[in-house]
Design a protein. Structure first.
Length: 264
C-alpha cells in the first residue's frame, strides 16, 4: 500500500459524501485511475460495501475468461492462471502483500509482538513465499475446475466472496492501536455485516444457483480462519491480516463451489 506513505493531508481529502467515499475505496483498493481521495474514516464506513466493488471486478474477470476460453480457445488451466494474475494485478497487489507478510509472521516463534514486527518488515521470507505458493496453486486449479464446468458466474462470486472473507475477518477481529486496518475493523458492525452477506447471497444465487451460496459460505469460512489465526498468533488484526483474509476467502469460495457442483 505504497500510496499510504504519502502525507495524510495530501492523500486523504476531507470529502464525506457517499459517492466520494465509494470512489475513494475504489481508488484505494484497485488500480482504476479514478484518483478520488477521501479520509480513511470515510472509506472505512463503507467497508460493508467492499464486496460489491469486487463484484464489478469479478464481472470483468468473467468476461475475460469467457473470451479466452470460448473465443480464443485457450485451455482452462492457462486461462485460470491469467485470471488469477488479473485479479491480483487489478487489486494493486494490496492483498497479496498482506498474504506474504502474514505467511512470514506465522513462521516466527516467540511473542505476538515479535511476530508483528516481522509482519511489518518490508522483507519477504520463506513463509510468505510458501503460503503464496499454496494459496496460488489451489486458487488456480480451482479456477481451472470452475472454467471446465462452464461456471463463469462463479468467477464473479469468488471475487466478491474474497471481500466477504475480509469483512468476516473484520467483524471477528480486534484492531491494533495503529495502521489503516484498524479503521475497517472499527467501522464494521454486525448489522452492516449481515446486510452485506445477505446481498452477496442473493447476487450469488442469481448467478450460479445454490453453488453461489456455497461460494459465499466458503468466503466466510476463509475470513474466519484467518481471523482465528490472527488472534492466536498476534492477538490483533492488522491490514496485512485483512489482506490475507481476502486471498484465503477467495480460495475457499472457489474450493467449496467446486465441491458443491461436483457432489451435490
Amino acid at each position: 500500500m505504497s500510496n499510504l506513505n504519502k502525507d495524510k493531508d495530501d492523500y486523504f481529502e476531507e470529502k464525506s459524501s457517499i459517492l466520494n467515499s465509494i470512489g475513494g475505496l475504489i481508488t484505494f483498493s484497485t488500480i482504476m485511475p479514478l484518483n478520488i481521495y477521501t479520509r480513511i474514516e470515510d472509506m472505512a464506513k463503507l467497508t460493508w460495501f467492499w464486496p460489491f466493488i469486487s463484484f464489478l471486478v469479478g464481472i470483468i474477470g468473467a468476461i475475460i475468461s469467457y473470451f479466452l476460453v470460448n473465443v480464443l480457445l485457450i485451455p482452462p488451466i492457462i486461462c485460470a492462471a491469467i485470471i488469477y494474475g488479473f485479479f491480483l494485478m487489478f487489486n494493486g497487489y494490496h492483498h497479496l502483500d498482506g498474504l506474504l507478510d502474514f505467511g512470514d509472521a506465522l513462521m516466527v516463534h516467540g511473542t505476538p509482538e515479535k511476530k508483528l514486527a516481522v509482519m511489518r518488515d518490508s522483507m519477504v521470507g520463506t513463509g510468505g513465499i510458501a503460503l503464496f505458493f499454496i494459496v496460488g496453486i489451489i486458487t488456480i486449479t480451482s479456477f481451472n475446475s470452475i472454467l471446465a464446468f462452464g461456471l463463469f458466474g462463479a468467477i464473479i462470486v469468488s471475487e466478491m466472496a474474497g471481500k466477504i472473507g475480509l469483512i468476516s475477518c473484520c467483524i471477528s477481529s480486534k484492531p491494533g492501536q495503529d495502521g489503516t486496518g484498524r479503521f475497517f475493523i472499527e467501522f464494521m458492525t454486525i448489522p452492516k455485516y449481515l446486510l452485506s452477506v445477505l446481498i452477496a447471497i442473493i447476487i450469488s444465487y442469481s448467478l450460479v444457483s445454490y453453488v453461489g451460496i456455497f461460494g459465499v459460505i466458503g468466503g466466510i469460512f476463509g475470513g474466519a480462519l484467518i481471523s482465528y489465526l490472527g488472534k492466536k498468533h498476534f492477538k490483533i488484526a492488522t491490514g496485512d491480516v485483512l489482506g490475507a483474509s481476502n486471498e484465503v476467502g477467495r480460495l475457499f469460495s472457489l474450493l467449496v463451489m467446486v465441491i458443491a457442483f461436483t457432489w451435490i
